[in-house]
Design a protein around this ligand. Structure first.
Ligand code: CO
Length: 135
């Protein structure tokens, strides 16, 4: 059995000004804003813009000390990560380890909604932070 990547789930972009970013993604491009909400656990505000089964997510820090705020201070605005949907995250992670791919999470983490996810280090991906997600 080989684990399979099924789809692009979302692409996350770090922004410093949500309204300015929505002026581009929502107003200029015309992608519908599905939801805008605060995520207190991550000390951030997230905008969800679904698009053909995938989603653009805009992430803005709401405090100066969050992980996303530190990322923004260090690297500036831009693409944060690409999330790929996988049918079996456990076997995919075993497969990646066997190929010496550097992982950020050695084991999948469980989100508040019960879904499993894990991040792959950009060093092994050509510079892109990749998230794996099992629905
Ligand atoms: Co994500």
């Amino acid at each position: 059995f080989m684990p399979q990547i099924k789809a692009i789930n979302h692409e996350a972009v770090v922004v410093e000004d949500m309204e300015k970013s929505l002026a581009f993604w929502r107003d200029a491009l015309g992608i519908e804003l599905h939801e805008l909400r605060d995520v207190p656990a991550e000390r951030s505000r997230v905008a969800f813009l679904p698009l053909a089964g995938a989603e653009v997510e805009l992430v803005m820090p709401t405090t100066d000390d969050s992980g996303i705020a530190k990322y923004l201070a260090k690297r500036g605005q831009g693409m944060h990560h690409l999330c790929l949907e996988v049918d079996d995250i456990d076997s995919m992670m075993t497969q990646l380890k066997s190929k010496n791919i550097r992982l950020i999470n050695e084991e999948p983490r469980t989100a508040s909604d019960g879904k499993k996810y894990a991040f792959i280090h950009p060093e092994s991906t050509g510079g892109v932070l990749v998230e794996l997600y099992q629905t």
